[in-house]
Design a protein around this ligand. Structure first.
Ligand code: COA
Length: 346
């Protein structure tokens, strides 16, 4: 399953086929002007440098697991199913350091004793989880997998840090994948993924984990929030996403000029336009919702898929290239042909 053999179309010849999509966003909208009341920034700077106009923030009593339940229930309704063999929750803002959030989400969904676990791959988590779902299905370990990306990033960012607070938002998106032919529309294609732990400190929450636990009592409050070297992350994001997307298309047997839509993690509009430009994909084939929801980390790709499908920007038969990038550093890309009859529940 290293991609060199063409991805997960392995022993059984069974692929993971997208059959349902769900999304949930908290109702509270926070505009750039709202942030300016607290931060030394401006609406103009945030729109021009990141592409965000507003983001949704969860109420204090709403957690990642709560949002995951909402999106997952919608995805199951969209797929018309009431049971799954495995539930994966991609998140970098779990409800607790221990246990994982997924078993509680399964419990709330009325899926007792189903295999349920979290995937921590930062903003790349959802595409990573899709790859794991594809592997579970290809191996025969599961025939139907529910994949959720859910984040309460507002719990992770320092509201007084202008380098991170304007970027992130909260929300959840989910997808159902079912075993079918690799030739079926909606089948996930080969996966290209990787990591670079030498840059683990480029996006990091310094405190609260096992490393440095002895100093925890004296750790400054800011060490419990995300620290990011934005400029450096930007450059790596463009390079890694471009390479992974190009490789995934090639392994699927697609020329880049055959790609109808590039669905990229919504970290910064300029990152995605740079990736599209490097690949040679026109900007009008790159759907985006960052303007309205910000960077929702692991929730970003499923939220964008649901939004773009709902708006008719993803049409049956479209060749879709998915690519993501985030802390770790970690990145992943894959392909699918957009299936007919998919109706996301928002
Ligand atoms: N408002 C106003 N000015 C700001 C600002 C803000 N919110 N944040 C930074 N600035 C200032 C800086 O202080 C700096 O000023 P200086 O030139 O006087 O020193 C200037 O803007 C440029 O800073 P820089 O960090 O180089 O900006 P940038 O163009 O790289 O944009 C990010 C910053 C964070 C938006 C951008 O680097 C980015 O999006 N990085 C990737 C983020 C990401 O993908 N994160 C999640 C991983 S998926």
């Amino acid at each position: 399953m290293n991609g060199r053999d063409g991805g997960f179309r392995g022993a059984t010849g069974t692929a993971a086929v997208l059959t349902g999509l769900g999304a949930w966003l908290p109702p509270r909208r926070v505009t750039n002007d709202d942030l300016c009341a607290r931060l030394d920034t401006s609406d103009e700077w945030i729109r021009e440098r990141i592409g965000i106009a507003e983001r949704r923030l969860a109420a204090p009593d709403v957690s990642t697991g709560d949002m995951a339940v909402e999106a997952a229930a919608r995805a199951m309704a969209s797929a018309g199913v009431d049971a799954v063999d495995a539930l994966l929750v991609a998140t970098s803002s779990p409800d607790h350091p221990c246990p994982a959030t997924a078993p509680w989400v399964a419990h709330r969904l009325g899926l007792p004793q189903v295999a349920a676990f979290d995937i921590a791959a930062g903003c790349s988590g959802f595409v990573h989880a899709c790859a794991v779902a594809a592997g579970l299905i290809a191996s025969g370990a599961a025939r139907r997998v529910l994949v959720v990306g859910a984040e309460t990033m507002s719990a992770m960012v320092d509201p007084d840090d202008r380098a991170t607070a304007p970027i992130f938002g909260d929300g959840a998106g989910a997808a159902v994948f079912e075993a079918d032919s690799p030739h079926a529309e909606g089948a996930l294609g080969p996966v290209v993924w990787g990591s670079d732990g030498s840059l683990a400190d480029a996006i990091v929450v310094p405190a609260g984990g096992a490393r440095g636990r002895h100093e925890r009592a004296g750790a400054p409050q800011g060490d419990f929030f995300v620290h990011m070297r934005g400029n450096e992350v930007f450059r790596h994001a463009v390079r890694r996403m471009t390479h992974a997307a190009r490789e995934a298309a090639a392994r699927a047997g697609w020329r880049i000029d055959e790609v109808d839509r590039l669905i990229a993690h919504q970290a910064n509009l300029r990152i995605n336009l740079a990736v599209a430009d490097a690949l040679g994909i026109p900007a009008d084939q790159v759907p985006s919702n960052i303007r309205d929801v910000g960077n929702t980390a692991a929730a970003s790709v499923p939220l964008l898929l649901a939004d773009a499908c709902d708006k008719g920007e993803l049409k049956p038969g479209h060749k879709v290239l998915l690519v993501s990038f985030g802390s770790g550093l970690a990145w992943a890309a894959t392909t699918l042909v957009w299936p007919a009859g998919l109706a996301p529940r928002l």
